[in-house]
Ligand binder design. Structure first.
Ligand code: GLC
Length: 415
């Protein structure tokens, strides 16, 4: 255990670039939004000053309209093919032009509640709070302009799970670009563990379409061929709203009524995504529910949006999945036609997923499942190393090695 703790700390130190942490050297040489949130939690277990710095560095890249970009390109000389020149985005620091799951208000609250130096933590929260509020406001203005209570993801990368089968049908509508950009990922990792080329060319096509529209949020929302109300991002935002509200109360900020209104709308929005016995994302171009069973279906446990009856159904489903694999939680249902145990977001076990859902199971009283999600991740890390993701059948470590969020969230659990 202590040995594992030390390896986790070493991983964060090795990936520290001074003020921000790269997910892993080589494969991902920049700062990623939700990675940074999770990494801050790891830093907070042994260096709180460094942990707060992770978040302030991230918010330095916040756009004027409130968006926090999903990649911040601090280092301009990495030779990474999709660098800031490709995005050509208007932020104050070179960045991408889309966002990622908004975990940072949740992270800030957790750090405040666990701090050993409340005075310092309160000062940091006071500095961060306006940016966090502006980020959430941006989500509602830019990604739910119709006030449905559900925010929209306009790019698979925004959902944080690039090649999830949830996106397949919506992505098929995007015309792939003819251009070939060198794939940095497949130099580092076997192609069988990464998205297919055809998907990649559609990811790029969306970026080019957004760039052409100068990332104008109103036009993107109206014109993007890819528009999905994702269960996961809405659950993450809902939970982050609860945490932002708690921060507003601590700071005696006057924004509580606005945040409470988001929570009410968010609850109604999520209720509309329940179908039979799971939550499903909705394709907002076709208007159809997306009937693919992935880890997202359980996320309303994390956000507290599942009713007790829904939670009981989710619990049953999670138990069935657990009988079909050796390690929890496969990112896609093991009996789904889309299940591929080694291909990125189509089956492997991911640390952030286990971390989020262990909290959800715990909150609803499914203690043995919460314990299993933690234990399996610990076993995977001990057995295979601190990988980006893992095969749920064999336990093999996949993707990048010495991976920051795996290390960081294990530290958060072990402390
Ligand atoms: C991949 C993951 C994404 C993550 C990024 C950096 O793109 O899908 O969730 O933020 O890598 O680790």
């Amino acid at each position: 255990m202590d040995n594992l703790k030390e390896r986790c700390r070493d991983t964060l130190r090795a990936n520290d670039r001074g003020g921000y942490t790269v997910p892993t050297a080589g494969l991902y040489p920049f700062q990623w939004l939700w990675d940074s949130g999770f990494n801050a939690l790891g830093w907070a277990t042994f260096d709180e000053v460094r942990a707060w710095l992770e978040l302030t560095t991230l918010l330095e890249a916040q756009w004027e309209d409130g968006m926090v970009p999903h990649i911040v390109f601090h280092d301009r000389n990495t030779g990474y093919p999709l660098d800031h020149t490709f995005w050509d985005a208007p932020g104050p620091v070179p960045s991408s032009g889309i966002t990622q799951p908004p975990v940072i208000a949740t992270v800030a609250r957790r750090m405040l509640e666990r701090t050993r130096d409340r005075k310092q933590a309160l000062a940091a929260v006071r500095t961060l709070y306006p940016g966090l509020l502006a980020f959430h406001r941006w989500f509602y203005r830019a990604r739910d302009p119709e006030g449905t209570g559900l925010v929209t993801v306009l790019h698979p990368w925004e959902g944080g799970m690039d090649n999830s089968p949830v996106w397949d049908e919506a992505l098929a509508r995007v015309t792939p670009v003819a251009m070939t950009v060198e794939r940095r990922d497949t130099h580092h990792v076997g192609a069988e563990q990464r998205p297919h080329q055809a998907e990649y060319q559609r990811y790029l096509a969306l970026v080019l379409a957004f760039r052409e529209r100068r990332y104008d949020p109103a036009r993107l929302y109206r014109e993007s061929p890819f528009k999905v109300a994702s269960v996961a991002i809405n659950a993450v935002l809902h939970r982050a709203n609860q945490d932002l509200l708690a921060l507003a109360q601590v700071l005696e900020a006057p924004d509580a009524p606005e945040i409470e209104a988001w929570l009410t709308r968010g609850q109604q929005g999520m209720a509309s995504l329940w179908h039979d016995d799971l939550f499903y994302s909705r394709d907002l171009v076709s208007g159809h529910m997306i009937p693919v069973r992935t880890w997202e279906a359980f996320m309303p446990l994390y956000s507290g949006q599942a009713t007790p009856e829904q939670a009981a159904r989710l619990e049953g489903t999670m138990r069935r999945w657990s009988e079909a694999v050796r390690y929890l939680l496969p990112s896609t249902a093991p009996d789904d036609v889309c299940f591929e145990p080694r291909r990125y977001w189509r089956g492997p076990v991911w640390m952030p997923v286990n971390w989020l859902l262990a909290q959800g199971c715990h909150a609803y009283g499914f203690m043995d499942l919460a314990v299993r999600l933690k234990q399996d991740m610990g076993t995977l890390a001990e057995r295979s190393g601190l990988y980006e993701y893992y095969d749920p059948l064999t336990g093999d470590g996949l993707g990048g090695g010495t991976f920051s969020w795996t290390a960081a969230l294990l530290l958060d659990w072990m402390t």
